[in-house]
Design a protein around this ligand. Structure first.
Ligand code: AMP
Length: 304
């Protein structure tokens, strides 16, 4: 496996399968690499803790950096190369300029849905779109692999690429000839249900137990919504009541685990809009329950 630390070194991986990460890798990331290898593409992993997607009060400085262990893990998972760019390679006009440019980006509509990530982290998706577009242009992948763990991010990137394909070349946030196919990959969990996350290593033993509140809350929402999903579409008021019931159950479960809830909602899985209208003639729209909660200084997200 190659460690690529220059832009020139990327030329050999054009048309690869790309797995962008911020490092502190775990089985969730390794599954993305294995999936890419199974698809018959050369897996190229990037490790870059992107400063433009962190707000000043967030954990950019203390975000875990474990490059040696990450490289070993990538190699075992079958990566062809790990790209470890510097800030200067990603933002050649300088970080201050990049931070200004991020503010000007036109984000896809799914980035700014009420209550979700954007409400809690208003500058986050600008930085994510900025870095992902730049990495796509540098790496020129055929496909890019993203985890459902960050479900809104996955929808944002998918919409960004779809929009980009529809625009004139000069207006594209991502170079049109290399808008990769976005491949969603299921969330990898510990045996007890906790979604793997680089931030889990911040949790003390007692906090890790409380963190199970997220997956338990999602399970309760699933139990309430599942019978609904197998039925013909409910009339709108009935569906609204079932969703309100599921949201209340999630809140109760999260509070039972003494978690500080930022959001716990059920949405249309595609648009991430609140579900208001259902056309009785259509099959039931897929739903997605999404949670963000804080445990002390650690912020956790999950969805199902
Ligand atoms: P990150 O390094 O946290 O920015 O994540 C890099 C990629 O790994 C993103 O596409 C994440 O959605 C994905 N990822 C993180 N955790 C998991 C997980 N538990 N299961 C599946 N994918 C994950």
């Amino acid at each position: 496996m190659e460690i690529v630390d220059s832009i020139e070194g990327l030329a050999a991986f054009k048309g690869c399968g790309f797995v962008p990460t911020m490092g502190a890798l775990h089985e969730g990331h390794f599954e993305l690499i294995r999936r890419c290898a199974r698809d018959g593409l050369q897996p190229l992993v990037s490790i870059f803790v992107n400063p433009t997607q962190f707000a000043p009060h967030e954990d950019f400085q203390r975000y875990p950096r474990t490059l040696e262990a990450d490289s070993r893990g990538c190699q075992s998972a079958g990566a062809a190369a790990v790209f470890v760019p510097t800030v200067e390679m990603v933002y050649p006009r300088g970080l201050a300029q990049a931070q200004e440019e991020a503010k000007l980006l036109q984000l896809p509509p799914v980035a700014s849905r009420p209550q979700l990530e954007d409400a809690c982290r208003p500058t986050h998706f600008s930085g994510v779109c900025q870095v992902v577009a730049r990495l796509f242009d540098l790496c020129r992948p055929q496909r890019a692999y993203f985890g459902e763990k960050d479900f809104q991010q996955l929808r944002v990137i998918t919409q960004m690429v779809e929009t980009s394909r529809a625009l004139a070349p000069e207006a594209r946030p991502v170079d049109g000839s290399f808008t990769p196919q976005i491949v969603p990959c299921p969330t990898v969990r510990d045996a007890d249900g906790l979604a793997l996350s680089s931030r889990n290593r911040y949790l003390r033993a007692e906090e890790r137990e409380r963190a199970l509140g997220l997956s338990r809350a999602l399970r309760r929402a699933h139990e309430i919504l599942r019978p609904q999903m197998n039925e013909p579409v409910a009339p709108a008021p009935a569906l609204a009541a079932i969703i309100a019931h599921a949201e209340a159950a999630m809140l109760e479960e999260l509070e039972r685990h003494q978690l500080h809830v930022e959001y716990a909602v059920v949405r249309d899985a595609d648009s991430l809009e609140p579900v208001q209208q259902q056309n009785a003639a259509q099959s039931p729209a897929p739903l997605r329950a999404l949670i963000a909660a804080r445990l002390g200084t650690v912020r956790l997200i999950d969805n199902a």
